[in-house]
Design a protein. Structure first.
Ligand code: ZN
Length: 123
């Protein structure tokens, strides 16, 4: 009875140890995923295949922490764009009234009765 109890406790301890071990093993991948890292897949593969070695595990962990987030480069560039926008041109006020001949298209004085270029009658 005691032996069976001890065995089941050992089983639970081993399962718990494996679970904790796997959780620690994949910490770099979890960090990369939570940060939505740009190179998540590469970090995960490095973590998966080289995580057993301390160097590979630390490398994938550092990579996960240093990797840029998706779209962070666009976000840093966008706010500076409106500064380069050209100044609005001053409103064009019609100081000189210009009329156009309906036949030849030349500019004529608005009070002229006939076009100075072609003699066309103006309204
Ligand atoms: Zn004309």
């Amino acid at each position: 009875m005691d032996h069976l109890f001890f065995g089941s406790m050992m089983m639970i301890a081993v399962i718990a140890a494996i679970t904790v071990g796997v959780a620690i093993y994949f910490i770099p991948s979890v960090i990369a995923y939570s940060r939505s890292a740009r190179n998540f897949l590469a970090i995960f593969l490095l973590n998966l295949f080289l995580g057993w070695s301390l160097l590979g595990w630390l490398g994938s962990l550092i990579w996960a922490l240093l990797d840029e987030k998706r779209g962070s480069q666009q976000g840093s560039v966008a706010p500076s764009a409106p500064v380069a926008a050209p100044l609005p041109s001053p409103p064009t006020t019609a100081t000189t009234v210009v009329a156009y001949c309906s036949r030849c298209g030349q500019t004529v004085a608005p009070d002229d009765r006939y076009c100075a270029h072609c003699g066309h009658g103006l309204p």
